[in-house]
Structures are given as structure tokens and as C-alpha cells.
Design a protein around this ligand. Structure first.
Ligand code: S3P
Length: 176
């Protein structure tokens, strides 16, 4: 039986806040990939994008995902683009159920509009358009990777965590 949970989904879908609440409820370790990537890079993510480019960032993401995917009993909040490299999902799936958090583009825009500094992919002239284009491109990757999908648009953090717990129980029931 898998003991870890990996949260995937676009920027602003609540992976970090919901993940932390979920880990608290389940008594699991909470791990966020972005800070681990920054540690490995020795600099903040925007600097990695600016100085080394997105491909270098994705390479670091692959390395960190490989390390974290061995963890048991963890809730792992993944970066929004982790699904672009299938190897990440293949590795995570060994120990983790993959939960896809979805949110409407409007809510994503609202939630991310204050911190585009931290999110280089949305630091563009027209973030709404960037969100729409990235979502359209990525949707099939998220769908393919997900064991379970949950729309968090209308859920507060606590209810989203509860819903994940309920859906994982259902999912495990189906797999028995
Ligand atoms: C990215 C999402 C970010 C971070 C990086 C790239 C993406 O993580 O990994 O800026 O490609 O969607 P969050 O989803 O935690 O914001």
C-alpha cells in the first residue's frame, strides 16, 4: 500500500497550503519541492530561470524529485510543471498516490497575481493569457498523471484536505 501523497496541479491551486494541512491531519511529513530545488541550486527559482534557463530548472527538479520519491509517509507538494517530465511521475508513483488539484483560471489569476516575482512563468505582460495557454498545454499531462482529481475553487483549505482524505480512501478501496 502506498503511504505517501503527491499533490500536482497548476500554480495557485493550493498544493502548498492544502498539502501542509493534509500532512497535519494525517500525521505525515510535509515536503515541498520548490525550496529543495532552491537549496540544490543555491539560489531562488527566479534566478535559476533568469541565469540558467527553464531547462536547467527542470533538470534540478528531476534530481530533487528522484530523491523525494523514495520517501514513505510524506505529503509532497510538487511544482506546477513537474508533470512535463514523465520520469518524475513514474518515480513518484512508486510510493505516492497522485492527487491533482484543479482550480478555475480566474481563481488561479487571483491567487497568483500578488506574487509573480516568485513565479517567473507568470511574470509576463499578460498573465491571464499565459495561464490560459499553459493550462491548455498542460491539462493532458496532469490528467494522465492523476490518480484522483479535486477541484479546489470553492473549497477552503480544511475542506480540501478532508476531501482528499475521503477520495484516497475510496481510491484504495477500488484498488483492493
Ligand atoms: C512552475 C511552478 C512553480 C515553480 C516554478 C515553475 C511551473 O511552482 O516550480 O516557478 O512550471 O508551473 P508552484 O506550482 O508551486 O508555484
Amino acid at each position: 500500500m502506498k503511504t505517501s501523497i503527491a499533490l500536482i496541479g497548476f500554480m495557485g491551486t493550493g498544493k502548498t497550503v492544502v498539502g501542509r494541512a493534509l500532512a497535519g491531519k494525517l500525521g505525515k511529513e510535509f515536503i515541498e519541492l520548490d525550496p529543495l530545488i532552491e537549496q540544490k541550486a543555491g539560489k531562488p527559482i527566479p534566478e535559476v530561470f533568469r541565469e540558467d534557463g527553464e531547462i536547467a530548472f527542470r533538470e534540478l527538479e528531476i534530481e530533487v524529485t528522484k530523491e523525494v520519491s523514495q520517501k514513505k509517509n510524506a505529503v509532497i507538494a510538487c511544482g506546477g510543471g513537474l508533470i512535463l517530465n514523465k520520469i518524475n511521475i513514474d518515480r513518484l508513483k512508486k510510493e505516492a498516490v497522485i492527487v491533482y488539484l484543479t482550480t478555475s483560471p480566474e481563481v488561479i489569476l487571483k491567487r497568483t497575481s500578488n506574487d509573480t516575482e516568485e513565479r517567473p512563468l507568470l511574470k509576463v505582460a499578460n498573465p491571464a493569457q499565459a495561464i490560459q495557454e499553459l493550462l491548455t498545454f498542460r491539462e493532458p499531462f496532469y490528467q494522465r498523471a492523476a490518480d484522483i482529481a479535486i477541484d479546489t475553487s470553492r473549497l477552503d483549505i480544511d475542506s480540501a484536505a478532508d476531501q482528499i482524505i475521503a477520495r484516497i480512501k475510496e481510491h484504495e478501496g477500488l484498488n483492493q
